[in-house]
Design a protein around this ligand. Sequence first.
Ligand code: XIL
Length: 342
Amino acid sequence: EIPSLKASYENDFLIGSALNGRQINEEDSVQNALIAREFNSYTAENIMKSMHIHPAKDTFNFEMPDKLFALAEKNGAKVHGHTLIWHSQLSSFFYGIKDSTEMVSAMTDHINTIAGRYAGKLDSWDVVNEAVEGDGSLRKSVFLNVLGEDYLPLSFKLAAAADPQADLYYNDYSMTGEAKRKGVIEMVKKIQESGAKIDGIGMQGHWHLDSPSLEEIETSILEYAALGVKVAITELDIDVLPNPRNVEGADISQRAEIDAQNNPYVNGLPDSINVALAKRYEDLFKLFLKHSDKISRVTLWGVNDGDSWKNNFPARGRTNYCLLFDRNNQPKKAYESVMALK
Ligand code: XIL
C-alpha cells in the first residue's frame, strides 16, 4: 500500500479534508489523486451550507452535494455533513420567519429534505454549528430568537428522525476557552436530558502556532468525552501569520491590502516557521493519538495552503501556510512529522 495519512492512522481515527467546489468537480487531477490517496472522510467546505443547498423556501440545490457523495463513493471515503443549523451562510428566507410554528416547519422541511436525501450514505452530521458565544451564553440567532433554546434539542431530534444511522455532532470554534467550554457542556447536557440523541462534539481546530496550549486542548477533549460522546477535531488549520494589526478607521477585513506588514511571508515561509509548524502538527497529532479511543476523526480544513480560507480571514489577501501540503501539492515538513509518528 502507498504510504498515506489515511493508511497510517487507519486504526486510530478518520483523516478528513474539507473539499471546495473545484475539488468536488474533480477539475484538478493532481490534487484529486492526492485527495483520494490521503483522506478517508470528506466535508464540503461550503456547498452543503443552507445558503447553497437550500437557497429559497422551496428550492434545493443537490447537484454539488450529489457529486461529493459520488466522489466519496468512488474513493471509498466517508462524508461528514456540514451543516444543518447555523446562523452564518444562512439561507435568507430563515431571517423572515417570526413565528414559532413557521420556524418549526421550516426547520423540519430543511432537515428532513437534506438529511433524508443522504440517509444511509452519510457518516455524520454537524447538526448545529456555532451556537455558543465565548462567554458561554447562547448565540443570538434567528433560531434562538424565535424558538428559544428548544431549537437545540429540536434540531437533534429532527436529524435523528431523518437519518437514524448518522452520528450527530455539535460543532464549534474556540472550544478550549473555559467559559465557552462550560456553556457548551451545559448545552449538551440539556440536549441529552431532553431525550435527543447526540453522538459527538466537534472542536474546530482553527488554531495558531502557540495557542491554544496542548494542555487546554487536552482538558477540553477529556471534558467533552466525559459527556459520553465522541470527540472530533474538525476544521484543523494552523494560522502562521501574526494577528492583523488594526489601525484607526481601517476595516480589518481589508487590512492586508493596505498594509504589507500584515502579509509578511508573501514571498515564502521562512524555514524556521515551517519547522515550527511541523512541530505544532507533531505535538497535536501526538495528543490526538494519546486519546484516539475518544477521537473519531481529524479533519484538515483544506488540502493545500493555497486553498485555505485563512488566506482571507481575518484579513483579506494574505499568504498563509496553514495546511500539510504546499501550493504545489507537495507534502510539507508538517506532513512528514505527522507521518513519522506512526
Ligand atoms: C469557511 C469557509 O472555509 C470559507 O470558504 C467561507 O467563505 C466561510 O466559511 N467555521 C465553519 C466553517 O464552521 O464552515 C467555516 O468555513 C470556517 C469557520
